[in-house]
Design a protein. Structure first.
Length: 558
């Protein structure tokens, strides 16, 4: 029989050697902890019972102190004029309950969106409009035919009840309700707010004007500032109703100005965001902030919170606000008797950006706009302009890029004329071009559809080594539909090739290379023969899925 001493040594030896079960050791430690804790607790409790607190003095709430914080004074000034907007709509079709916006197939901010079977980790929505979701867990887009609800924000600009908000907040709504900052914000009494009517909307800038009956109320209003004065790094405040939480304020800075957000082209290849140049901010904005003001430190509204860049449908520190100067211009047209925005157009389309090789090849190295499409019957077509012409000046003023061209032409009144200076094959030309109503000019444009190419010839492996593509002759039915005399269509692109690097993809139609027409694989091969490292190569290409005119793609061969 083992002695007590030997037994103790045996246990210690097993513990040190790791042979003793871990559970036994842990139980021992826990037991000691519990006992010690109980003893300490009992000790504290005993001391509390013995302490005489008759000499303790009660705490007193001090008088409020106004700190030197400009934020609070600005919120007091602007906040009362910021409103909560909630809408109701009944789905007109239950067959398609998912939202598709501007040609993109992406999850909507409220979780009800299209998906294309792709990876959910793909960018959700670079231009993520926020409909505010459904924070109360009510009806959704579920296709049951029930009422759908959405939330947003807005701000009063006229005591007569005029309110500015985003078009996507009120778009397709059957009923629009507004709650003032002084109204009860809960819906316990079943009061959704004051009924509002739409005065006018502008989809191109996502701006809407709505109106409520003030009913004798002295409505507070905001003061709009000049957004051109905002500088990167300036403090700004965002006020709105994120997730239905009214009068929420967040602070940040102006992160960037004149920010463009690329989107897929709309019908006919016409850009849907030509008139959207945003103020970027890191002030926290979320679904439901749409339509709320972005305020500077002077207490003036310099923008309207419109969109966020997000992969989670929440704020990630990158928000976009429509500048106040754009808002003022659009507002003034929407409250006019016509209640619509009129913009001038000459009937052309162009690429937003082109490579340096393209610019050198077409004489736009120092600025200019290369025409991609000339609208049949439009002012530019009547004046004799053609695709691949390079517009370099308007009324004698030099044009550096497409943004400048759009800004100048859109402000012109329909019925007036401008003098265009352009380059054609390197030769300088001028033309008197009329200004048309942009909305009417592009009203009937719609995209094409791809043809059945089951009878297309086999692909020819030409240009695969130099450029990195395989092409085949353009099928006759497709050429007829696109009004082309011929061309080749790309059937494959080699990964890591020159073609992939400049953005050529499968299905793209090539009609010209370095000013040489391409009507078939033979002319394609002739145009590419002799190309060597360091040469600029510019392709005139067309889409096989929609008639969006000629586009120029190019680069320098490595």
């Amino acid at each position: 029989m083992e002695s007590k001493t030997n037994f103790g040594r045996s246990i210690w030896t097993k513990v040190r050697s790791g042979h003793m079960p871990t559970t036994f050791g842990l139980l021992g430690v826990l037991t000691v902890g519990i006992v010690a804790g109980s003893a300490l607790t009992g000790s504290v409790s005993a001391h509390q019972q013995k302490v005489d607190s008759s000499d303790a003095r009660p705490l007193v709430v001090p008088n409020p102190v106004t700190l030197s914080n400009g934020f609070s004074s600005i919120v007091k000034q602007v906040g009362p004029a910021v409103v909560n907007i909630n809408t109701e709509s009944t789905p007109k079709q239950a067959a398609n309950s998912r939202s598709r916006r501007r040609g993109q197939v992406i999850p909507a901010p409220d979780g009800n969106g299209d998906d294309n079977g792709g990876d959910n980790n793909n960018m959700q929505d670079f231009f993520n409009h926020f409909f505010g979701g459904n924070p109360n867990g009510g009806d959704d887009d579920g296709g049951g035919g029930g009422t759908r609800r959405a939330l947003g924000s807005g701000y009063i600009v006229d005591k007569r009840g005029y309110i500015i908000t985003n078009n996507h907040v009120v778009d397709k709504a059957d009923k629009i309700y507004v709650k003032l900052s002084t109204d009860p914000q809960d819906d316990v009494a079943g009061d959704p707010g004051r009924l509002a009517t739409v005065v006018g909307v502008d989809k191109d800038t996502d701006i809407a004007v709505i109106k409520i009956d003030p009913k004798g109320l002295d409505l507070p209003t905001v003061k709009l500032g000049n957004s051109d004065g905002a500088q990167v790094g300036d403090w700004v405040l965002a006020i709105g109703s994120p997730f239905g939480l009214s009068q929420t304020v967040s602070a940040g800075i102006v992160s960037a100005k004149n920010r463009s957000i690329d989107e897929a082209p709309g019908p006919g290849g016409v850009a849907t965001n030509q008139f959207q140049k945003f103020i970027q901010t890191d002030a926290s904005i979320n679904p439901g902030n749409s339509g709320g003001p972005l305020v500077d430190m002077a207490g003036e509204v310099i923008g309207m919170n419109t969109a966020i860049y997000t992969q989670s449908a929440g704020s990630e520190g990158i928000g976009f606000a429509m500048p106040s100067n754009t808002i003022i211009n659009v507002y003034n047209m929407l409250i006019s008797p016509d209640h619509r925005v009129t913009r001038g157009s000459i009937g052309i389309q162009f690429q937003a950006a082109t490579s340096s090789a393209v610019n050198r090849m077409y004489g736009a190295a120092n600025g200019g706009v290369i025409v991609s499409v000339v609208t049949p019957g439009g002012p530019a077509a009547k004046a004799g302009l053609q695709p691949k012409d390079v517009i370099v000046a308007i009324d004698g003023a030099t044009i550096k890029n497409g943004d400048e061209l759009v800004a100048i032409i859109s402000q012109k009144k329909p019925g007036t004329n401008v003098k265009l200076t352009y380059l054609r094959a390197g030769k300088r030309e001028t033309a008197e071009v009329g200004i048309a109503d942009r909305a009417k000019l592009f009203a009937n444009l719609d995209g094409g559809a791809s043809d059945d190419d089951s009878n297309t010839p086999d692909a020819v492996d030409v240009g695969a080594q130099t450029i990195g593509i395989t092409v085949q002759n353009l099928p006759a039915p497709m050429a007829t539909k696109l009004k082309l005399k011929g061309g080749v269509i790309i059937t494959s692109v080699k990964p890591g090739s020159f073609a992939e690097g400049i953005g050529l993809g499968k299905g793209v139609i090539i009609t010209e290379i370095n000013h040489k027409p391409v009507t078939d694989t033979g002319s394609f091969q002739a145009a590419t023969n002799g190309l060597k490292s360091g040469d600029d190569v510019v392709f005139v290409v067309r889409s096989s899925t929609q008639d969006n005119g000629d586009n120029l793609v190019g680069g320098t061969l490595p």
